[in-house]
Design a protein around this ligand. Structure first.
Ligand code: EPU
Length: 423
């Protein structure tokens, strides 16, 4: 398994460009199962989860044509669509479950394994009950057998009223993907407003779907019989942008971060200004200058969009270790998102965990150490921590990071981090 060797501290300066959003690319790739005509996606991120999703589509019978640089993909319906999504692919990423709805909506049945991905638990593990309940309301029937969901519908899925008890990005996407070609109208209440949900709606509407907001978190989806061929540009990855912004702040760096929409990291920008960063915001990029002294932030609460995103909280934890004073991050989405903290303590972090509160005591000086990655964003947090540690750190098992950050070490090298990938 690959590891990163990082020599800190670093001087950060230059221009860094965001890749396409992984968490948007995945539902868009699932959506291609709904089409009879080809779909072209541009700015595709070349990360492991996307490669896995492409392999899954191939197994399901789709024809995949990738450009030489792997940034553009054309996906066409194959001669025969297969309906079995195997454990070997689905078990490595959460978004694999998003093929279930489209397959049942379009072909009337599917057998899919349970999804995997980062081990991040909410109040009760990381279940898919909201996905299954919503699909059931639309008329899907299913049985759970041998780790697989055996699903079918008698005829087409039928529009209905779905009201989510809690907000879920994946279940919102699953429902939209399934209702878009169902019979009649579907009303969905309490949907997620993450940019990756909004962009999925935009993509489907451009392809001829009929999805309208009828309230702040309510949608009306009028089923259509088919979707038109479409050419769509995947937006830049907001989590990657936030990661680079924090890197600049940690290392008194000066960065231009481009190819993403700054309006999707509003909360992060607010917090980075609070810790003392100077930030200039443009349409598709920001300039950021890290402060000499990082100020603490008394309270950060992770929330569904438009709140502070859970995915960037591990990255901010590293930043706040170097603040003058105590900060508290309350993790409200994934209560077990704390694995990186045990590793940060090896570097010298003074962090306490009380329930879902992460108490960061600040004023830390990190000394290089050997660290083990546990999940995708936690791994990025460890790499950032290594850039500000004195001496050499090794970040092991970076396959987690490779699931969602494209050419991370190359991008970091170009802006001043001394980092090498080793087998
Ligand atoms: N939940 C349920 N039942 C469900 C679905 C979710 O109880 O059927 C709970 C979860 O356990 C969690 C909460 O609801 O406590 C929210 O989960 P959500 O469904 O919104 O998350 P997700 O769709 O599984 C996506 C991203 C995550 C990101 C979350 C929250 C993708 C592929 N994943 O996950 O991204 O943290 O939304 O914004 O889009 C990452 O990129 O590193 C990552 C983990």
């Amino acid at each position: 398994m690959d590891k990163f060797v990082v020599k800190g501290p670093s001087k950060i300066k230059g221009i860094v460009s965001c890749s396409g959003s992984k968490n948007l690319a995945l539902p868009l790739l699932s959506a291609t199962l709904l089409f009879d005509k080809p779909v072209v996606l541009k700015n595709l991120p070349n990360v492991r989860d996307v490669q896995t999703m492409l392999s899954l589509l191939k197994i399901l019978g789709s024809k995949i044509e990738l450009s030489k640089n792997k940034k553009i993909v054309k996906i066409s319906k194959g001669r025969k669509t297969k309906l079995l999504a195997p454990h070997s692919l689905i078990s490595t990423m959460r978004a694999g479950i998003l093929v279930l709805g489209p397959l049942v909506a379009k072909y009337g049945s599917a057998v899919t394994a349970f999804p995997g991905g980062c081990v991040l638990n909410g109040k009760s593990g990381r279940p898919i009950n909201f996905h299954l309940d919503a699909l059931k309301t639309l008329g899907m029937k299913f049985e759970l057998k041998g780790g697989y969901i055996h699903a079918w519908s008698n005829g087409k899925l039928n529009g209905s009223i779905i009201r989510f008890k809690n907000i879920s990005v994946g279940a919102s996407q699953q429902t939209i993907l399934s209702a878009v070609i169902a019979k009649n109208k579907t009303f969905v209440h309490n949907i997620a407003l993450e940019p990756e949900v909004l962009e999925l709606i935009k993509f489907l509407n451009l392809a001829g779907a009929n999805i309208k907001f009828i309230g702040k978190r309510s949608l009306m989806i009028k089923g259509v019989t088919s979707l038109n061929s479409i050419n769509f540009n995947i937006m830049g990855d907001r989590i990657e942008a936030g990661t680079f912004a924090v890197l600049a702040c940690l290392n008194q760096g000066k960065l231009e971060i481009k190819n993403f929409n700054p309006k999707y990291i509003k909360k992060e920008i607010e917090c980075l200004k609070k810790i003392g960063a100077k930030i200039k915001v443009f349409k598709n990029k920001i300039f950021i200058k890290g402060p000499k002294n990082i100020k603490n932030i008394k309270k950060i609460n992770t929330q569904e969009a438009p709140g502070f995103p859970t995915d960037i909280a591990p990255i901010f934890t590293v930043l706040l270790c170097h603040a003058k004073g105590r900060s508290v991050i309350t993790e409200n989405i994934f209560h077990s998102r704390t694995m990186h903290i045990f590793e940060l303590r090896r570097l010298g972090a003074k962090i306490d965990i009380e329930g879902n509160k992460i108490i960061i005591n600040g004023n830390s000086k990190f000394l290089g150490a050997e660290l083990t990655s546990s999940d995708l964003r936690g791994s990025a947090a460890l790499v950032l921590a290594a850039t500000i540690s004195n001496g050499v750190s090794k970040v092991l098992r970076v396959y987690q990071l490779d699931r969602g950050y494209e050419k991370f070490e190359n991008k970091l090298k170009k802006i001043g981090v001394k980092i090498k990938r080793k087998k």
